[in-house]
Design a protein around this ligand. Sequence first.
Ligand SMILES: Nc1nc2c(ncn2[C@@H]2O[C@H](COP(=O)(O)OP(=O)(O)O)[C@@H](O)[C@H]2O)c(=O)[nH]1
Ligand SMILES: [Mg+2]
Length: 371
Amino acid sequence: MSKKSKPEWVPKDGGKAYTTTVVKGKESQHDGMPGNNNLKHRKTTSRRKLTIEDYVNGVLKHDRTILAQTITLIESNSEKHFEMGQEVLRQLLPHTGKSLRIGITGVPGAGKSSFIEALGCQLMKEDLHLAVLAVDPSSSLSKGSVLGDKTRMEMLSRHQNCFIRPSPSGGKLGGVTRKTRETTLICEAAGFDVIFIETVGVGQNEITVRSMVDFFLLLKIAGAGDELQGIKKGVIELADAILINKADGDNLKRAEIARRDFANAMHYLKSPTQGWTPETLTCSALTGDGIYPVWEMIKRFEGEVRKSGVFEQRRNQQNLGWVHDLVSERLLNKFYTDPKIKAMLPQLEKDVINGKIPPTQAAWKLLNHEL
Ligand SMILES: Nc1nc2c(ncn2[C@@H]2O[C@H](COP(=O)(O)OP(=O)(O)O)[C@@H](O)[C@H]2O)c(=O)[nH]1
Ligand SMILES: [Mg+2]
């Protein structure tokens, strides 16, 4: 139904640096930003080249168009945009940190999108502003299905208080991670109270998202054995709560059994958050049963961990981890884009595959830049 295309705000000379694609959404009578009901200025802002000041002020004024443009700038792979994006980010930084960041993971079909729709609509009733972001480095394979299917979030995507941003495409996990972290900060500066970061459960993704959020929610379905769901114990250990979704109709009993099984299993695991015992709940994104208790639990969690200081500690740790991730990412990028390395690599790879040289020697040769 929906078609992917370049966003309208990509400049003509933007070239491949702008890799983002968008899925056409529903027209709204509101721009989705807190306290901004005026749509009249929308078109004009996307025409001319924005300055750093334009970006910063636009985000701070909750201008949805400029918010989207700022995220596009951040997602750009060009060096020029990178510098500019970083300066915008630096200026926005004092206005960040106030939202609650929630990670949601689960296998495809677990009901993540439906759950986000159901819980998101509850948040809308409380007049909260919600941004939904996705981390999905594999989206080119799954054809952007993670948040591409806004049909599952029909109410939310039309709601004035909600902003939905699909995963940046065309990037390795590291790149997507940086972009999502930065996008989170930009959304915070724009005044969103709650940020959902959705990811498909395939292993590495969950660890990445855990490193970005305050609360991590694992969505499960009853009946599918763990091996079928492809989620190992390691992921369960990351979760502050496990939610058995699709607890409705014939599935109700099985969901409750699964919940108890998980509750028992979790007993023996270490909690990812000091002072918090992970909870196991059932819910139905379809009927809405059990959705509000999830929000109550998250608020309880926030209250407790803020009081104990664990909230702050985790954010500090996450920031440090981010620093090291950035260093690694930049170094690797610099290394592999070096013309000398680029020239050496294909032959060395062949030599390793043909058994001419051991992998270790190939690595040292690259690192020493010698032929
Ligand atoms: N019965 C039932 N079906 C659900 C529930 N939540 C989601 N579904 C269905 O499960 C399918 C996958 O849902 P979706 O939200 O797209 O899952 P995602 O891939 O994890 O985002 C869809 O057909 C939904 O209608 C639920 O609570 N109960
Ligand atoms: Mg989905």
